[in-house]
Design a protein. Structure first.
Length: 415
């Protein structure tokens, strides 16, 4: 169970796993990286926290970047190739042909794009509904821009609770204020992939209460076997909504800035009001990389999803072995696992920071960092319902996963 040597490509890896990008890079190579995941903690810590993957760059993306560098093609971004590539990807992967290139805008990244869309459809003091626990920057970016957060807690099954959501819509619209619903689709941190029926019900409620929907679909390419991604804008009644996405999560391109806003047919007029200077934020190399990923990165993505599916199964076995008291529902999408560790009784020392500061480590995450030297994300920064939980990033090698869960198990059993 703990033989770590058979997990790398070329070292006894089963044929079916040899193409998996997650088994390509040994730990010592990963430690050469200078990005946040690998530099925010000392070298004795296994980092399973921030959403970066332990993979080499997909070859089509690397080739596109090398070509640009060789040409000195490092000027300003131009054109609609990115949106066209996403439209082709959406047709092929999601059977969605409703993406209109003329209803898109390139933005620096998904979160900056969300802020700009919120500025188009809400004003200072207006409310933004989120389904907690949810991605911490939803809190930080929204509140920094003088909007109020209204939480609609997920149900016990970690899915959207429609009754709770409707109550939140009513609160958000009180006194006639404008309101938006910022949805994570697939949901970060729980890995839930919303079904067509769920999205249909959300669209109906939003129409009924005059709430505009913004769907963050950055994890959409990372839906695992057993679930199907449905773009929100493919839902009847979503025409006044927005979706945002990029290739950054699925192809590990967070350092190459470029995202896309897609407006529904009724929201296209709002999108045209976006200030011209927003388009100066994306990187030309970012646009090149994300375009190449959506256009030519499908084979690499399939190999990655196969590896993530295998890691999801492995993680379930490791949790059963090392942390049997933890409550865990295997995610349907993303490479993020949400572990309820409230049995440890450590959530009383967590103080939820309303700005969602991601570096704030408390409760079980602090125990795992201090005693196990494993960095996971602290649940309380994900809002109501997050205390006592941790988010674990399993986009790493099976060897690192085994070592991390073994350390975490020992940490909770130590006197």
């Amino acid at each position: 169970m703990h033989d770590h040597h058979g997990d790398r490509a070329g070292s006894g890896v089963p044929e079916s796993r040899r193409a998996d990008p997650l088994v390509r890079l040994p730990l010592e190579r990963l430690r050469e990286r200078t990005s946040m995941k690998w530099r925010a903690h000392p070298d004795d810590v296994l980092p399973l926290w921030v959403a970066e993957m332990d993979v080499p760059l997909a070859r089509p993306v690397a080739e596109a970047l090398h070509r640009a560098i060789d040409l000195g093609d490092t000027g300003y971004p131009y054109g609609t190739a990115y949106a066209e590539a996403l439209a082709g990807f959406a047709r092929e992967r999601w059977r969605w042909d409703g993406l209109r290139v003329e209803h898109t805008a390139v933005v620096p990244d998904v979160m900056m794009g969300i802020v700009e869309v919120l500025r188009l459809i809400t004003g200072p003091g207006d409310a933004v509904v989120v389904c907690s626990p949810v991605y911490p920057p939803f809190y930080a970016f929204v509140t920094h821009d003088a909007r109020k957060i209204v939480e609609a807690r997920l149900g016990p099954d970690l899915r959207v609770d429609l009754g709770t959501l409707e109550e939140a819509f009513v609160r958000a619209r009180s006194r006639g204020r404008r309101a938006a619903f910022l949805m994570s689709n697939p949901h970060n941190p729980t890995g839930v992939v919303h079904t067509r029926d769920e999205l249909q019900a959300i669209a109906r409620l939003a129409r009924k209460h005059g709430v505009r929907v913004i769907s963050d679909e950055i994890h959409a390419p990372l839906v695992l076997p057993g679930a199907t991604f449905v773009p929100f804008l493919d839902i009847e009644g979503s025409e006044n909504g927005f979706a945002l996405t990029s290739a950054s999560k699925a192809w590990n391109l967070a350092g190459l800035k470029a995202g896309l806003v897609i407006a529904g047919a009724e929201a296209a007029g709002d999108l045209r009001r976006m200030p011209e200077e927003v388009s100066h934020g994306p990187s030309h190399l970012g646009v090149i990389a994300h375009t190449a990923a959506f256009r030519e990165g499908g084979t690499w993505l399939d190999e990655l999803v196969g590896g993530l599916d295998a890691n999801r199964a492995l993680l379930g076995r490791l949790i059963a072995e090392h942390l049997p008291e933890a409550r865990y529902r295997p995610p349907e999408g993303t490479y993020l696992a949400w572990l309820d560790c409230t049995w440890l009784g450590l959530h009383d020392d967590e103080r939820s920071d309303e700005l969602g500061v991601v570096s704030d480590v408390a409760g079980p995450a602090k125990l795992f960092l201090d005693r196990a030297r494993v960095a996971v994300s602290s649940g309380h920064v994900f809002g109501s319902g997050g205390a006592g939980c941790v988010r674990l990033n399993f986009a790493t090698s099976p060897a690192i996963l085994r070592e991390a869960l073994s350390r975490m198990g020992r940490a909770v059993r130590e006197p």
